[in-house]
Every structure is written in C-alpha cells, then in structure tokens.
Design a protein around this ligand. Structure first.
Ligand code: NAP
Length: 535
C-alpha cells in the first residue's frame, strides 16, 4: 500500500479516519492488514478486478443525478480485501456537499418517477433484476473481494438480494387504497397510499448487496427516489448495483450513491427537509443517533439494528437437525450477521451430546480466503472486529467458560479467527450480553422451558431467535413467548424476500421484505368527498 495521493487513511477502532483529519502524517498508523507490510495486488485478485473492470462493474465514483462523480475535493478512500489486505480500489470519499446535491437530484427525479404508472416502475425494476442475475457471478466475486465471505455464499447473497428487486417489481402493482363507508349520506371517504418522497438509505458492510436491494427495491416500487450511502468498507457492490440500475433504464436521479465521511453524509440526510424517510441497517448505537437526528425534521424512520439471537435446543430436539440448524445460524458469514445465533441455550438432558456433535461439525468448517476451494469461513471484516472477538472470548474464559474448540486467532493471520465453541458460558459474560459478530458459539445450559424463555428474553435486543424441538405445543408456546421479530423453528436460515424481516425492542423499527416492507415507503392520505348531493 502506498501513502501517496489522497488515499491516506488510518484505522482508529473499526473506522477509517481520513488523513486530512489526522494531526500530521507522523500520526498515520498503517491499517490492520498492512501491519508494516507493503501490499501488492496478487495475480489472482488482479485478474478478478480486471474482469470486473472490463464488464463495467468496477465503479469507483459516486452517482449523482445519473452521472459518475468524484468527490468535490478529489479525496478518495481505499477499499481492501479483508482476506489479504490488498487495496482493491480507491473510491470517491464524499461528504455533506455531494450529499446535498444527491438529495436535490433525488428530489427532482421524484417528481417524474412517482408519477409513472406502477406498471412502468415495475418494468424498470424487473429489468434491473434480470441484469443483477445476468451478472450474478461477477457480483458474487465483488462481494467476496470486498467483504471476504466465501464465493458460494456471496453468489447466494446476489440471488437473495436480487429477489427483493424481483419481488418489489411485482409488488409495485399492488399499492391498493381503500374506500371506507361514510358516516354521512352526502360524503365519500377514500384512502390513498402515496410515496413518502426522497429516502436516505444507509447500509452496513456485512451484506454489501442484499441490504441495499432490500431498501431500494420497495422504495422505488412505491415511487420514492433514493440517496444511498453504503458502508465505506464495501461500497463496490453498491456501485455495481447502481450501474446495473442505470443500464436497466431506471432514470437518472432515482438512485444516487454517495460514500465516504459517514457523519457528514448522515447529517446532510438528516437535516434536509427534502428527505422524508431514513432507512438504516447497522449497529444499534448508530441507529439511535439517526433516530434522534431525524426528529429535527420529523422524518419517517425504519431501523434494522443489532441482535443477540438465542438458539434454544430442547431435550426433545432431533440432534442432527439441531446441530445443522445451529451451525447455519451461527457460522454464516463467519458469524457476522445480525441474525446469527449469539447464544446457544441447550437443555441439560441433551447438553453433552449436543456439545460433542456440534464441536465435531464446527471442526470441519474450512477457513480461508473466500475464493479458496471448499472454504466456508472467511476473514472478519477488520482488525477491530478481530479484537472484539478476542476480548469477548478472553472475558468468557476469565469468568469460567471452557474452550471446546478454537478460541484464538487462526494461523492464517490477517483477521482470520478459529471457529470456536465455548461451554459453561453464563448469562453475565460479555459473549452472552452483546453481539460477538464473529465465529464464536457460546453454549449455555438450562433446565426448564420457563428458564430458557427467561434467558432468551433477558436482553435489549429482539431480532431473531431459533428453537429446536419436536414438541408441537412447545413450538407455539415458546414462539409466542419469545420477544423477537423472527423465530426459526427447527431451521437456522430463515431470511427470505417474501417474509417480513425486522426486530422488536432495541433491534429496530419497521419491517423489510414482503408486502409489509412497502408500508415503510408509503404515506396514507384520507380524501373526503363532500356534498355528494349537490346538483
Ligand atoms: P454501523 O457501524 O452502524 O454502520 C452501518 C452504516 O452506518 C454504515 O454505512 C456506516 O458508514 C454508517 N454510519 C456510521 N456512523 C454514521 C453516522 N454517524 N451517520 C450516518 N451513517 C453512519 O454498523 P456496521 O458495523 O456496518 O454493521 C454491523 C451492525 O449492523 C451489526 O450490529 C448488525 O447486527 C447490524 N445489522 C443489522 C441488520 C438487520 O437487518 N437488523 C442487518 C445487517 C446488519 P461507514 O461504514 O462508512 O462508516
């Protein structure tokens, strides 16, 4: 990595700080991946990026009003491959000024986009879906490059992400209003649903494509226009998706993308009266800030925030189903999803058997660069994520947890961490209280159903929960008692575009996916038609 040009960044915590914000270049600390090592682009990565560039999908500028644009001050920021530390690209590092222009272009485009017929908007979305699918392999490679997840999983994300566009292309045609029986004989009461306006969409790095389509799909279907801010760690997938939206004929200004200085971009979105909606996926801490910031202009807000998912295995569960389900729920994306099982609660009668079978299954998970054959566990996104996992494991061990498997950095180096199973974990340990966001499965033992429900609900989070049982009555009892927005019964992978996704308590507000996802981008208008009897 070179320090030349404007791409001078350092990691402070998990965040990149732009060199111009640092007191002097002496204070520059090479980022985690570099640890004093000058990175060259490997032949393998070069051939992937060359192919992506040839297909026009390796975009590095922001998109404002249909034009690809540099940051106004020319600043860029580096995007790294977390598996190798190599710089994949330098992208425009934008801020408040560019965001204001993106808002203006979205505001102008709203006029015409919202007035198209639903069928016309639907056609544009459908074409976008077709293009996403036609470029599934390249988009998958881009996700693996910038996010690190194994290629097969990345291609799966493209499938999953594209399906939101397909689903909302169909749903665009079903924004029905209502007619309410009037209370007076000369009145008629109508209910219309109309697009809310310009939406500011802020997305995280763990699903660089799907978190975008899950927001932009319903927004566009309803007639809204969007200013999108992807994570600085993974902007390339968002830019590629935006390029395909343009190719699909979605008019300029309907989808705008800015990335770079998150607080400045966030402030511009929050303070603009032209932005009528904030849709955010990310950490609870940032979600709270955005919610407070949106109060100034009383925007509609939806938040998809962090979780602390319990995965409850009852004595009567099928052991194989429980092991496979817990494995999928825990280790997808190396444990870096909001719905990842964060605590595995196992009933005392099956505890030892489960711990043994689960550890054996975890031992078989192959760790490596996401492009490697048979790899199912990639690196963590950055050094801060790695250190967080280490801290959580150390805390647990210091308080009496036992390491059944893993428990340390992987010999591959970088940000790879060994898939880990901890037993004898207690509710007060960090690993039970907060999202570990890494490949660590803490096993906690419980005696009764009541105790399991109490332990599961003893958190401020309320996104996903999983239960494994063969008892039908228990299935319903426990599903109803869990204070969570999603419950998987004998199933560890439950996300789909056709079902409502979202949390309760401090895991969020609103729902994404399904017909309910449309409501987040619609206003309800009541029209009263008076004096029907006038001649
Ligand atoms: P994050 O730090 O909250 O970042 C999410 C997004 O917010 C990024 O685009 C980030 O930009 C931006 N951001 C940060 N500070 C901001 C500010 N002051 N103003 C405006 N935007 C700001 O979360 P993350 O680490 O990327 O993602 C992991 C978290 O997301 C986990 O807690 C996970 O559970 C949650 N998540 C939830 C769901 C769900 O559906 N409920 C789905 C996926 C992930 P930069 O990256 O450019 O700084």
């Amino acid at each position: 990595m070179t320090l030349s040009g404007v791409a001078r960044v350092a990691f402070v915590g998990s965040r990149r700080i732009f060199a111009s914000h640092l007191p002097s270049m002496q204070s520059y600390t090479p980022a985690f991946s570099r640890q004093g090592i000058v990175c060259q682009m490997s032949v393998g990565m070069k051939s992937v990026t060359d192919r992506l560039r040839d297909s026009g999908l390796l975009r590095t500028q922001g998109l404002i009003g249909g034009k690809w644009i540099d940051a106004y001050d020319g600043k860029t920021l580096e995007v790294h491959n977390p598996a190798t530390g190599e710089v994949i690209a330098n992208v425009s590092c934008m801020g408040g000024k560019e965001t204001k222009d993106a808002i203006s272009s979205a505001f102008d485009a709203f006029n015409s986009w919202s007035k198209l017929t639903a069928a016309e908007r639907s056609k544009g979305l459908r074409k976008w879906y077709d293009l996403l699918m036609a470029h599934k392999e390249e988009l998958g490679q881009l996700i693996t490059l910038e996010q690190g997840k194994p290629l097969k999983e990345a291609v799966g994300e493209v499938d999953y992400g594209a399906k939101f566009i397909e689903f909302y292309a169909e749903e665009a045609k079903r924004v029905y209003g209502d007619i309410i029986p009037a209370t007076l004989p000369d009145r008629r009461i109508f209910v219309l649903k109309q697009p809310v306006g310009v939406a500011g969409a802020i997305t995280p790095w763990n699903f660089p494509l799907a978190m975008i389509t899950r927001k932009v799909g319903p927004a566009l279907a309803c007639g809204c226009t969007v200013v999108l801010k992807p994570s600085e760690f993974t902007p390339l997938s968002a830019l590629a998706a935006a390029e395909l939206a343009l190719q699909a004929g979605i008019p300029p200004g309907v989808v705008n993308v800015v990335m770079g200085n998150a607080p400045d971009i966030g402030d511009a979105l929050l303070t603009s009266p032209q932005v009528r909606k904030i849709t955010f996926t990310g950490s609870t801490a940032v979600g709270k800030k955005l919610m407070a910031g949106a109060a100034g202009t009383v925007k509609k807000v939806s938040l998809e925030l962090g979780g602390n998912a319990p995965c409850i295995v009852f004595d009567d569960a099928d052991l194989n189903v429980a092991v496979n389900g817990a494995l999928a729920a825990k280790f997808r994306n190396s444990g870096q999803t909001c719905v990842c099982a964060n605590r595995v609660l196992v009933q005392e009668g099956i505890y030892e058997k489960f711990a043994d079978a689960f550890s054996k299954a975890v031992k078989n998970l192959k760790v490596g660069d996401g492009f490697g054959e048979g790899v199912v566990q990639g690196p963590l996104i950055n050094k801060a994520a790695l250190e967080k996992v280490e801290t959580f494991v150390e805390d647990a061990v210091s308080k009496g947890a036992k390491v059944l498997l893993g428990g340390r950095r992987h010999s591959l180096g970088m940000t790879f961490y060994e898939p880990t199973v901890l037993s004898n974990v207690k509710s007060e340990m960090l690993v039970s209280r907060e999202e570990v966001f890494g490949p660590v499965a803490p096993l906690l033992c419980f005696k009764t159903e009541e105790e399991a429900i109490h332990m599961a609900n003893d958190t401020n989070a309320g996104l996903a929960a999983y239960i494994f049982t063969n008892n039908l009555q228990r299935t319903w009892r426990v599903s109803e008692a869990l204070e969570y927005g999603l419950v998987g019964v004998n199933e560890g992978l439950i996300s789909t575009e056709v079902a409502p996704f979202g949390g309760v308590k401090q895991s969020g507000l609103g729902r994404e996916g399904s017909k309910y996802g449309m409501d987040e981008f619609l206003e309800i208008k009541y029209v009263c038609l008076g004096d029907m009897n006038r001649k």
